[in-house]
Write a new protein. Structure first.
Length: 402
């Protein structure tokens, strides 16, 4: 049970409303929905669907035909028009709950910890509470509302990209339910990412024998990786990261004949993506490593396993985004910024010319993807109120022509 004496955010909202949502958040955080736990992810999806049905949404579950994941939740609540406001969140988490990492309220710091506390369960519950308040005040409403919840965002939502694009085409506005940065900033643009599997095949031999042909795949891989580092350009938001490399026979005295590299690239534009891709292919194919006897070189193969486009940086912020910042300042007493994020997210796939989009509308969160994940409790409510107020303003239709 919640401690009713907990000193929460202090805008002019009744205490009973302030406390809503945490019981459901505790329930969701207690469910293991690490991406590979398909049953656990589906349990969370169905819990969320029950809440959406209570709000009048029609819910459906879409299976993944490309990968073994949970089902995607798609919920729609028709309005008086087909002009659609969409939300995108995700039910899966990176970490699982255990005896040391579970839902916990830290009273002194007014923070919450637990797996997925902000990314993304806290953000989802926050949005559900906002919608509940909005629909209570607007039983009939101008817009159609759509709520999309991915089962596998943490592994790229592979299998649902085309569906995201379809929803983006139908939408006038898309709100991304990723958490806000811990400094309070909203996310107005994001890097894209491309993931590569790179395989290098050499020729094995006894490490001590002379005269026998050999090609060391590990040497080829290390030379390649050493040349990757200069591709990083932090000022221009470009990053290249080797996440994993493995190969060989786990022996000292055998020439390594195979290597696999998992490579992550981040970029702010499609032009930058293509330049990085060209550089990677040139570097992997131009190696000094060869057989001393036959002059043969390693064979290489590159596979792109995920290709998320960037969420473009817009030259001028739409009036809606600036108003959202104003609303947050009215509630929290401090002004937040609109920032670019180096991380990609599902909202990237929704983007199209003319679409109004904003991500990071969830609570302030830090330590994502680790056992130090921590959400600011006051922001769980302040950002909830901000979203409700924005939906109320959008009902008046003041932002579309700016």
């Amino acid at each position: 049970m919640l401690d009713l004496a907990l000193p929460l955010v202090t805008p002019p909202f009744p205490v009973a409303e302030t406390l809503s949502g945490l019981d459901f958040l505790e329930e969701l955080v207690g469910m293991d929905s690490q991406t590979k736990n398909v049953e656990g992810v589906n349990r969370v999806q169905r819990k969320i669907a029950l809440k959406l049905k209570e709000l009048g949404f029609v819910c459906s579950f879409i299976p993944n035909l490309e990968s073994e994941t949970g089902d995607l939740l798609y919920a729609v609540k028709p309005g008086e028009t087909s002009e659609q406001i969409s939300f995108i969140g995700h039910a899966d988490t990176v970490c699982s709950p255990d005896q040391d990492f579970y839902f916990k309220i830290h009273y002194a710091s007014q923070t919450l910890t637990g797996p997925g506390i902000g990314d993304d369960k806290g953000s989802i519950v926050m949005a559900l509470e906002s919608l509940r308040s909005f629909f209570a005040a607007h039983p009939t409403h101008h817009h159609t509302y759509a709520f999309v919840c991915s089962p596998c965002e943490e592994t790229g939502s592979i299998g649902f990209h085309s569906f995201f694009k379809e929803v983006g085409e139908k939408s006038k506005i898309v709100f991304g339910l990723e958490p806000a940065l811990f400094n309070g900033s909203l996310i107005s643009s994001r890097n894209g990412n491309r993931w590569y599997n790179i395989n290098i095949k050499g020729k094995a031999s006894h490490a001590g024998r002379f005269g026998e042909p050999f090609i060391n795949a590990a040497h080829h891989a290390c030379e390649f990786i050493s040349k990757l580092h200069p591709l990083n350009d932090i000022d221009n938001k470009i990053k290249v990261n080797v996440g994993t490399m493995r190969g060989g026979m786990d022996r000292y005295n055998v020439i390594c004949d195979t290597m696999e590299i998992k490579l992550d690239t981040r970029f702010p534009s499609l032009e930058a993506r293509d330049e990085i891709d060209q550089a990677i292919r040139s570097l992997i194919d131009n190696s000094s490593v060869e057989c001393f006897y036959t002059k043969e070189q390693c064979q290489t193969a590159i596979e792109i396993v995920d290709d998320c486009p960037p969420l473009p940086l817009q030259p001028d912020h739409h009036l809606l985004l600036l108003k959202y910042v104003d609303v947050i300042e009215e509630i929290e007493g401090e002004r937040c910024d609109l920032e670019h994020s180096g991380g990609a997210a599902d909202i990237n796939y929704f983007a199209r010319p003319g679409l109004i989009y904003l991500d990071g509308v969830g609570p302030k969160t830090k330590g994502m993807h680790t056992k130090n994940e921590e959400m600011c409790l006051k922001s769980f409510y302040s950002r909830q109120y901000a979203l409700t107020k924005m939906l109320t303003l959008l009902e008046k239709g003041d932002f579309y022509d700016n």
